[in-house]
Ligand binder design. Structure first.
Ligand SMILES: Cc1ncc(COP(=O)(O)O)c(C=O)c1O
Length: 348
């Protein structure tokens, strides 16, 4: 589906998608109200729909994934607590240190495999003030990212998710999933999100990534948790007024754009398989599970980005020698073949 008017192939992220005509029509026909006054019916419909899909009690529509995670951390913890997460996780790497600034918590980092935690590593990382003569902070929250973005877009096994949640709860910690791309994981592993989240206390889900909505994320959890989260959303400046226009895009995305994520995964794998056979490029094919391809290049990331850009292809650098290509709903089979051709020209 190539419904945007750029003549470039934009693989920088799945956040670059633009609303399709059908999504715009859903937006235009939506009924809106003032969501801060709690009377926007479209926002409410979206929140109720996602809560039901996740098997949780309630949800909150927020402007971004970053805000959703920040609110979750604030609602689950108290200043001086510690949270546990993987070293390459988005919350730690790319959310401006919000956990420290907005929640006053420290972080216990775990070096994972392909961006993933294990229950054993989580058990080891959780510290408690009690029994430490007050030396340790109180570990009160574990954050799991699924799919794991910097892990390559990898998916946790259900067994591991269940075991990590059990470990967190055994240690009196809440467990939050940064499920920015949870539907990529759900489609890839053929697991309903309700099952995936059975033992989780909260999840943040992005509508503005592979699902193709222009703006917005959903924080989902118990009624009590969402009531708390709602106060923090207001305090963080995330209360929106006629946000039903945006929620309408989210509803459209949940109804039309989940199953098709499998196409993105297929295209990503084809791209990865093809490039991995070329000299001068290196891809860990084991990590290519969903819509992302991390490519290591002998020519270095900056030169590769420039060469690709000269050929109408945009990617992001993620290190001195590595770039990332992300497949999304505007990327067609023809685009993938074109990208493969350009890489072939650059191979040595
Ligand atoms: C795993 C993950 N979590 C959270 C976010 C934050 O989302 P946003 O860009 O909407 O703040 C991203 C964004 O790319 C992400 O990849």
């Amino acid at each position: 589906m190539r419904e945007y008017n750029l003549d470039r192939i934009d693989l920088r992220s799945d956040t670059v998608t633009q609303p399709t005509q059908a999504m715009k029509e859903a937006m235009m026909s939506s009924v809106v109200g003032d969501d801060v006054l709690q009377d926007d019916p479209t926002v409410r419909e979206l929140e109720e729909k996602i809560a039901q899909m996740c098997g949780m009690e309630d949800a909150l529509f927020v402007p971004s994934g970053t805000m959703s995670n920040a609110i979750a951390i604030r609602a689950h913890t108290s200043p001086g607590d510690e949270i546990v997460m993987e070293r390459t996780s988005h919350i730690y790497q790319y959310e401006g240190g919000g956990y420290a600034a907005l929640s006053g918590v420290s972080v216990a980092l775990i070096d994972g495999q392909k961006g993933q935690l294990t229950p054993q590593s989580v058990a080891k990382a959780i510290r408690k003030a009690e029994g430490s003569l007050g030396h340790y902070p109180d570990g009160t929250l574990v954050c799991v990212e699924n799919t794991a973005n910097r892990g390559g877009g990898t998916c946790y096994s259900q067994e591991t998710l269940d075991a990590i949640a059990a470990t967190a709860h055994e240690h009196d910690c809440a467990i939050h999933m940064d499920g920015a791309r949870i539907f990529n994981a759900s489609v890839k592993t053929n697991t309903p999100v309700k099952r995936m989240l059975r033992d989780f206390d909260s999840v943040s889900i992005c509508l503005s990534k592979g699902l193709g909505a222009p703006v917005g994320s959903l924080l989902v959890g118990s009624k009590q948790f969402i009531a708390k989260a709602s106060r923090w959303r207001k305090l963080f400046g995330g209360g929106m007024r006629q946000s039903g226009f945006l929620a309408a895009c989210g509803l459209f995305a949940l109804e039309h754009n989940i199953e098709r994520l499998a196409d993105d995964h297929k295209r990503a794998l084809h791209l990865a398989n093809s490039i991995s056979k070329m000299n001068g490029f290196n891809i860990n094919l084991d990590s290519v599970e969903t819509n992302m391809v991390y490519i290591d290049s002998d020519m270095g990331a900056q030169k590769l980005m420039q060469e690709l850009a000269n050929n109408g292809i945009d990617v992001l650098d993620v290190g001195p020698t590595a770039v990332r290509a992300v497949i999304h709903l505007h990327v067609t089979d023809e685009d993938i073949e074109q990208v493969i051709d350009v890489f072939a020209q650059l191979a040595n």
